[in-house]
Ligand binder design. Sequence first.
Ligand code: SF4
Length: 349
Amino acid sequence: MTTVIENDQKSGRLEVGTPLLEVKDLHVEFHTRDGVAKAVNGVNYSVAAGETLAVLGESGSGKSVTAQTIMGILDMPPGKVTQGEILYRGQDMLKMGNEERRKIRGQKIAMIFQDALSSLNPVLSVGYQLGEMFRVHQGASKKEAKEKAIELMDRVRIPAARQRVGDYPHQFSGGMRQRIMIAMALSLEPDLIIADEPTTALDVTVQAQVMDLLAELQAEYNMGLILITHDLGVVADVADKIAVMYAGRIVETAPVHELYANPAHPYTKGLLRSIPRLDQKGQELYAIKGLPPNLLKVPTGCAFNPRCDVATDLCRTETPELHHVTDKDGKELTGRRSACHLWKETLHG
Ligand code: SF4
């Protein structure tokens, strides 16, 4: 039986830790002329109110396809969900009609994309675009919507919001445009924000400012946040837990600091080694050899085996399941899983 999770009656918001979104055994395929690409192959993850989940992986890992499926914005065809559930507050969104789904998208679950410039309409002022949410969804008048837009611009710390509310997207810097995207996502106070590479197009200092702002607003509004990124470096300070994806599967999950301190999968280990460090100035930066696989020709066994320095014959024939990992005394480590035949050697070696 499905349990529907209701709002906290007093605050209208869920309590921290209440399950918000649960992706269960999700499979998404793309049917192409050359065959079927299994872009998402049995993904499970969850995020609770007040929690940040970072989903990490190179391009083609399935992280963005999973997010687009959650939002209901994946082009189908060629995409097709073949199995699984996406539970939002206990209700399977995959079984909802278009209208019900549309209400959740934007109002309850909002998305922030990488490229703010192409997500914003270049011929409409940012104030108009921010205010539109209130006009369409809450029946606000033009004047009320403009005031709400200014409030939101202030909230995401855009200087001189009242003077700039009539400016167009191209008149703002990349960092400021991304703040406008965050403001837009926040406008209807969603329960959950999915941010897909929200800082990739920005320079490092602005990246940090935008991430800090997102984290601060998330804590204030008690939202869930799914942060999709290829860059382990940007999530350390903001995420609670991480799911690492490779070739459509999750290969490791862990609380963020445990994953940084001691990964249980060679792929994660490689990603961590590839982060530039100040104490290694002058040394050549490590890079994982090879490229992620073509999803039409995923290697047999562990999909990572051609790039893995410690692969064995077993790795080339048997696909490792994602299973719990334990400490040296055999005690299960909470929230930690690895899909590697050699997780023990990787974690404790
Ligand atoms: Fe490497 Fe084998 Fe582990 Fe895959 S299963 S990551 S190939 S050691």
